[in-house]
Design a binder for this molecule. Structure first.
Ligand code: HEM
Length: 364
């Protein structure tokens, strides 16, 4: 049914769809949606009521901290595009009427990344790892998600994210952040100190392939009778990872080498919230033992250098959701949507340069 050399991957409306045409199709849809749907909050100048932050404040902040890198994402700048499919087993339909949860296979385009705005920095195992997925057929409702390999997010508000970003800025002449700036930040943000301690209890795994990627923000799943259930989701790996290679791209190189020889798979687990569980603060974990529903498996069959027509041109806006999944009131979500759209607009208007991860250059 699938291969990673361009052979038929799906039977889509009776027609076999080759991997390459699928990537091109998804890329085109991605770019289109990014402009139209990704810009959900574009009309609003401010990120949140009562906040002095705008989308542009964030874009300027990323540039101030990481430098100017035309054509690249302003955060999660270093990445590699992937493609594959999602097999739903039907269990998710208990909570959501979204078509993506009905038994069957839909295409996926995705991107693995490392947090930070420098597309050419050396891979550091401690840097947060990202996975963006666009799940669903081109031209139909897609489910977009951008997840991290963390247990909880370090910030509960856009202001916290911004202040932490600036506190991490390397001082001119020292090449390192001012330790006093981070101390001041931590004193003002006990929630970040607590969240960081929680994340330390779950140290990073050896690679991308064995990382669990989680939504961290809460969403509401809506069923056919409009019943709403708070959900956080995770993609849990079904394989070990090849050891990271030496060199600046060690984590990405290992991922590229592994997907060449075997499809990589993650199980989608939906964690069902209880009424008292926090839904608007991503620094707070939900209690252990919450019910989990195994909704299916994502399989990634190919990695590609970021280029026109693949995930490079997709905005993994967390508010691009199908009917049946709704955002919570977590203030990070609308801020993310607004800032991702601004980053997308900025990078698609700038000249591009070759990305750090060139799949064809990764040794076999
Ligand atoms: C206020 C909080 C946040 C801000 C301002 C922010 C900002 C950004 C920006 C500007 C990008 C690049 C977007 C693009 O050009 O396409 C990005 C990418 C990303 N962010 Fe965030 N982010 C925030 C919170 C989060 C959270 C809570 C998560 C995960 C739970 C997350 C995960 C990711 C991932 C995985 C990517 C890479 C997606 C891709 O490959 O395109 N971010 N973020």
């Amino acid at each position: 049914m699938s291969d990673d050399h361009g052979g038929p991957l799906f039977i889509w409306r009776g027609t076999p769809v080759a991997r390459r045409s699928l990537l091109v199709g998804l890329g085109a849809v991605g770019a289109f949606l990014a402009v139209d749907l990704g810009a959900v909050a574009y009309a609003n100048k401010w990120i949140a009521a009562g906040s002095a932050l705008t989308r542009q404040t964030f874009i300027d902040g990323f540039r101030a901290v990481y430098g100017s890198h035309p054509g690249f994402r302003k955060n999660h700048a270093k990445g590699v595009a992937v493609a594959g499919y999602f097999d739903a087993n039907g269990n998710g339909t208990e909570l959501s009427r979204a078509a993506v949860f009905r038994s069957g296979r839909v295409p996926v385009t995705g991107r693995f990344s490392l947090a930070g705005g420098n597309p050419f920095g050396a891979d550091n195992p401690a840097t947060a790892r990202g996975l963006g997925l666009a799940i669903g057929f081109p031209g139909e409702q897609q489910w977009r998600t951008a997840m991290l390999n963390l247990a909880v997010f370090p910030d509960k508000s856009p202001q916290g994210f911004y202040d932490r970003l600036l506190a991490s800025r390397a001082e001119a002449g020292r090449g390192k952040p001012d330790p006093e700036a981070m101390k001041r930040f931590n004193a003002a943000h006990p929630e970040t100190v607590k969240a960081t301690a929680i994340n330390k209890t779950r140290p990073p795994t050896p690679g991308f392939a064995d990382s669990t990627f989680s939504s961290l923000n809460t969403f509401f799943f809506v069923d056919g009778s409009n019943a709403r259930t708070p959900v956080r989701w995770s993609f849990v790996p079904l394989q070990a990872a090849l050891p990271a290679g030496s060199g600046d791209n060690g984590l990405f190189d290992a991922l590229v080498r592994q997907v060449r020889v075997e499809p990589l798979r993650w199980r989608l687990l939906l964690t069902v919230g209880q009424p008292a569980d926090p839904t608007t603060d991503a620094t707070l974990p939900w209690p252990d033992g919450r019910r989990q529903i195994d909704a299916g498996t994502v399989t990634l069959t190919a990695a590609e250098t970021e280029a026109a027509g693949n995930a490079r041109d997709v905005n993994f806006d967390p508010l691009v959701l199908p009917d049946g999944i709704e955002p919570s009131d977590d203030p990070l979500l609308s801020a993310r949507s607004a800032v991702y759209a601004a980053s997308y607009r900025a990078r698609t208007g700038e000249p591009t340069s070759p990305p750090a991860i060139r799949v064809e250059d990764v040794a076999r």
